[in-house]
Design a binder for this molecule. Structure first.
Ligand code: PRP
Length: 208
């Protein structure tokens, strides 16, 4: 899986454990999810391009840095919304697009219901965010839309991914890097990630 970056550290592993635990309440789930999202954004930012600027300290002028590219965050509704605050806190000038997709429970195919994205997709770094990569149908559809709109520099950020979804990304979008905080074993017959954490959207928003 050459396009996969597994973002692991002891804090992430502890927080993934909170997410997996069926006894974790909504507010604890949301906090753990937000903390993991910080680790993801830090890892993704390692590829951001910088340009040098002069900065005047109280003592002298020295070298400083600015992020060169416009960053666009694209949460996949609805569960992706839960990760936005961590990304925005670290990249306050980011623009935010929204893509509404929900997975049909029987066919597991994504059904789209909303698109609203900033204009400058073609010159920006686009970070698609969603807690879960299962079959990969939703992420693939989101990328197809963004590429059709001109996006050429996209990455995907997940909390948890199934090998089936990573494989689909390699097949459908081999140019895209997938960042995830956990790579799980497999999907079950209903398309749920095993061992997984259940449905991130339902657990975040209390709609179980
Ligand atoms: C979940 C998840 C992803 C998608 C992953 O969303 O947040 O968007 O399923 O599945 P896939 O890789 O098989 O496409 P869901 O459709 O449950 O909608 P929600 O965010 O509204 O809960």
């Amino acid at each position: 899986m050459k396009n996969l970056v597994l973002v692991e550290n002891p804090l992430v592993k502890r927080d993934i454990t909170y997410l997996r635990d069926e006894h974790t309440r909504e507010y604890q789930f949301r906090l753990a999810l937000e903390r993991i999202a910080y680790s993801l954004v830090i890892e993704i930012s390692k590829k951001f391009k910088l340009h040098e600027v002069d900065v005047k300290t109280p003592l002298e002028i020295t070298k400083g840095y600015k992020i060169e590219q416009q960053i666009i965050l694209v949460p996949v509704l609805r569960a992706g919304l839960s990760m936005v605050s961590s990304f925005i806190n670290m990249i306050p000038y980011a623009k935010v697009g929204h893509i509404g997709l929900r997975r049909d429970e029987k066919t597991l195919q994504p059904i789209d219901y909303y698109y609203k994205t900033p204009r400058d997709l073609d010159t920006s770094k686009v970070i698609v965010i969603d807690p879960m990569l299962a079959t990969g149908g939703s992420a693939s559809a989101a990328l197809k839309y963004l590429k059709n709109k001109g996006a050429s520099d996209c990455v995907l950020a997940f909390l948890i991914a199934a090998p089936e979804g990573v494989k689909k990304m390699e097949e459908d979008h081999p140019d895209i890097t997938v960042y995830t905080a956990a790579l799980d074993r497999e999907l079950n017959e209903s398309g749920f990630i095993l061992p997984g954490l259940g449905d991130a959207g339902d657990r975040t928003f209390g709609t179980l």
